[in-house]
Design a binder for this molecule. Structure first.
Ligand code: PLP
Length: 333
């Protein structure tokens, strides 16, 4: 009998080592890893530069707490803000926690606007995490089953349907729209090219925050560092995790303009969030993106995979749709 809780149902395989795209299990069998830890190990397993920064930092200092200034935190925040055209960052340990921070920012934004019952529009079939707030924001009943009462302040609208959002324009309680630019867990659902731009325009018109959950679509997965950069826009809040640490647990909630001033001393925090180790590693992740022109490779490999899938599966009656954006890829059959 296992002493682990039964919330996962893992396949009967244990990996002992990894290198690049390859994993080796405890019996020595090799596997090509197309899952990359669910979009986490974007630079491959045990990238030498990442390993080096883990060793270097772990020999110096692992943790002190956010009661003090933390080496590498400010530098990482500055680099992320520069890359994403944002102003400020809160560091968390996971994607759900980055989204929690975003939801709290939206609540404080509502207070400022004297809105007592603030509502956030999110999409049906979306996935935002497993904490109580983020599973309430999530648009699938499978994730929510058994956990009622949910937080009621989310309205789920059809994804990639601009009218579904526009119809709430007169609703004074809406404070934000929270979306994944490409829905990951729903099965790599890619909206129409202009969808995000239209959502952004509605948000601006109504003074709503646009919160983009790029926990899965960010950090190079789609061929741009952040998927919304395909649309040439900037959200008010941007949530990252997964590939930001290439395997070490770090998340980030970035905010711009008025959204960046909401969290003040005492309103939010995390014991581990943004500790010296994870910040150092995330800086190395950004270095590798630049030094090895990773985004070019994502586009090249994504095009190759799409071409090969289409060429080899064309006419195959079981394949209904192939959806690819960079290295986010999914087939329906
Ligand atoms: N948001 C999106 C879009 C995700 O895909 C995920 C995880 O799959 C999360 C949030 C939750 O991230 P975490 O599991 O790190 O809490």
């Amino acid at each position: 009998m296992s002493n682990l809780m039964s919330n996962y149902s893992p396949l009967d395989v244990t990996f002992a080592s990894g290198s690049g795209c390859w994993l080796t299990d405890t019996s020595g069998k090799k596997y090509f890893d197309a899952l990359s830890g669910v979009g986490v190990v974007n630079l491959g397993h045990c990238h030498p530069k990442i390993t080096e920064s883990i060793i270097e930092q772990s020999q110096k200092l692992l943790h002190t707490s956010n009661w003090y200034l933390i080496e590498h935190q400010e530098e990482l925040a500055a680099r992320l803000c520069n890359l994403a055209d944002m102003d400020k960052v809160f560091f968390s340990n996971s994607g759900a926690e980055a989204n929690e921070a975003a939801i709290k920012i939206a609540r404080l934004f509502a207070r400022q606007k004297a809105i007592d019952l603030p509502v956030i529009l999110t999409a049906k079939e979306s996935f935002h995490g497993r904490t109580m707030a983020t599973l309430s924001a999530t648009g699938t009943s499978k994730v929510q089953a058994g956990f009622s009462p949910l937080m009621s302040e989310f309205i789920h609208v059809d994804f990639d349907d601009i009218e579904a959002i526009e119809q709430y324009s007169d609703n004074r309680n809406i404070v934000a729209v929270m979306l994944e630019p490409i829905q990951g867990e729903a099965g790599v659902i890619i909206p129409k090219q202009n969808y995000l731009n239209e959502v952004k325009a509605i948000c601006e018109k109504n003074d709503w925050l646009l919160i983009l959950d790029e926990v899965q679509s960010g950090m190079g997965r789609t061929g741009k560092l952040f998927a919304h950069q395909h649309n040439g826009l900037t959200p008010d809040v941007l949530c990252l995790a997964k590939g930001l640490g290439n395997g070490v647990p770090i998340g980030a909630c970035l905010a711009k303009g008025r959204a960046s001033d909401m969290l003040i001393a005492g309103t939010h925090g995390s014991t581990f969030g943004g500790n010296p180790l994870v910040c150092k590693v995330a800086l190395s992740v950004l270095d590798v993106f630049e030094e090895e022109a990773i985004l070019n490779n994502v586009i090249e490999m994504g095009n190759y995979i799409e071409d090969q899938l289409k060429k080899n599966l064309e006419g195959c009656s079981e394949v209904i749709q192939i959806r690819v954006k960079g290295l986010m890829a999914r087939m329906n059959y």
